[in-house]
Design a protein around this ligand. Structure first.
Ligand code: PRP
Length: 198
């Protein structure tokens, strides 16, 4: 029997790395539909302007936008954070601004993950200055154990443990964003190291 065939169903083998499926794609889609209904219920008649943060938030934005009934528009912003480890020093910087003004609009910030909260804290600060009518936050994943700021999301898809997750927009060195599910990455190099230490 090959190694791949003997793997439990919750694992995907991608080249030499293993991804342990944490949230299957179908569950993500069902949850997004529920979030879309919740958002629309809160703003039954308002045109909604979704603002996503490149690149990770893109898949969540496109699925969420297609699930919300009524008028929806969207825009993108990009920030640079000098790598995860330096985020705690507050080094979030705008690298691509929105195309259009958000003044007077009902804005939903759409993020794939809320981790330390540094990115969101920065974005909420600059968006608030632009006088939207309403400003809300939707995140697919919330990792509260890592939080170092006071920010919170209004709409949360899933609360997850402090594991390194990939898929559905989340990457490891730009890889794995395209996975339709969210999984915990078990790098081949780590697996080998663990085996050697046994
Ligand atoms: C991820 C994610 C959020 C941010 C959250 O982006 O998309 O924007 O980190 O982390 P925080 O709560 O600790 O600020 P990343 O910087 O990995 O860029 P990417 O979306 O291009 O992958």
């Amino acid at each position: 029997m090959s190694e791949t065939k003997s793997l439990p169903k919750k694992y995907s083998k991608i080249q030499k790395d293993l991804v342990e499926i944490l949230i299957p794609g179908q569950r993500i889609q069902r949850r997004i539909q529920a979030l879309a209904r919740e958002i629309r219920k809160d703003f039954p008649t308002e045109p909604l302007h979704l603002v996503s943060v490149l690149k990770g938030g893109v898949f969540f934005l496109t699925d969420l936008a297609r699930s919300i009934s009524g008028e929806v528009s969207f825009d993108f912003i990009a920030v640079s954070s000098y790598g995860k480890n330096t985020k705690s020093s507050g080094q979030v910087r705008l690298t691509r601004d929105l195309d259009s003004s958000i003044e007077g609009k009902t804005v939903i910030v759409v993020e794939d993950i809320l981790d330390t909260g540094m990115t969101l804290q920065y974005l909420l600060r600059i968006f608030q200055q632009r006088k939207p009518k309403h400003l809300r936050v939707a995140v697919l994943l919330d990792k509260p154990e890592r939080r170092i700021t006071a920010v919170q999301a209004d709409y949360v898809g899933f609360t997850i443990p402090n594991e390194f997750v990939v898929g559905y927009g989340l990457d490891y060195a730009e890889r794995y964003r395209n996975l339709p599910y969210v999984g915990v990455l078990r790098l081949a190099s780590e697996a080998k190291k663990a085996k050697a230490e046994e």
